[in-house]
Design a protein around this ligand. Structure first.
Ligand code: MN
Length: 244
């Protein structure tokens, strides 16, 4: 099982969540929302090889935390994975849009100078602007668009630009989400939960709830569950091996 985007540090008991993930031999990308949170969150993983911690600065926190870009740059050499980063065009975040752009483009430029990173990217209501920024920073690394919710046309452009996608239970359970997933190249799809910010069956999602996205993908792809799981694992191995 692979949860390529979850916020382990934001669960009430992160240690217990990690223990469960380790017991289940899960591959987890534990994303962070501020550079300040990175060290502590990385320490939770206890050097388990399957649990990686991404250095991030969430677009919702861009205005409040832009002063942490300096810390971001200091920590970047220590992390192969960057996220959660991105842009959010929701109306309530409009006033911080310029800060969002400043933070996101700074991070992409830093990643480019550092030789590229694997990026877990938020693009709610901002896919066009996210893709424009990626085009301007072609050496930033491999973009994995998490919880893609844009249009089919923007998805086509993202695919043409080489983006990957991490797909969670909310996507495989809605007709609109399923139509988007069908459009994604199978060899560029990973699974995620975005826990604890997503729900499964009306309760908070945990990383192992990625099972439900996995069976959704199997259904969409017309594969047996273990075949779909093998495909996603192969994708992950490919992604990691082509990025340093
Ligand atoms: Mn998230």
């Amino acid at each position: 099982m692979i949860d390529f985007h979850c916020h382990v540090d934001l669960y009430p008991d992160p240690r217990e969540v990690i223990r469960e993930c380790v017991d289940r031999r899960m591959y987890v990308l534990s994303v962070t929302t501020t550079p300040t949170a990175w060290r502590q969150t990385a320490a939770l993983a206890n050097d388990d090889k399957r649990i990686r911690t991404a250095l991030g600065l969430h677009p919702e926190l861009a205005s409040q935390r832009k002063h942490e870009l300096e810390l971001f740059d200091q920590l970047l050499p220590s992390s192969r994975y960057v996220g959660e980063i991105g842009l959010d065009g929701s109306s309530e975040l409009r006033s911080g849009w310029n800060d969002q752009l400043l933070v996101f483009t700074h991070i992409l430029a830093s990643c480019g100078m550092a030789g590229g990173r694997i990026l877990s990217i938020h693009s709610r209501r901002a896919v066009g602007a996210v893709l424009d920024a990626l085009v301007e920073h072609p050496h930033a690394g491999t973009a994995v668009l998490h919880w893609y919710s844009g249009s089919s046309g923007d998805l086509k452009r993202a695919i043409e630009l080489g983006c990957w996608f991490s797909v969670g239970p909310p996507m495989t359970s809605s007709e609109r989400g399923r139509a988007l997933v069908r459009q994604m190249p199978q060899e560029r799809v990973l699974t995620e939960t975005d826990g604890p910010f997503s729900t499964v069956g009306g309760r908070r999602a945990f990383p192992w709830d990625v099972n439900s996205a996995m069976s959704g993908l199997a259904d969409i792809w017309g594969l047996a569950n273990d075949e779909a799981e093998a495909q996603v694992l192969k994708n992950l191995r490919g992604l990691v091996s082509t990025n340093g």
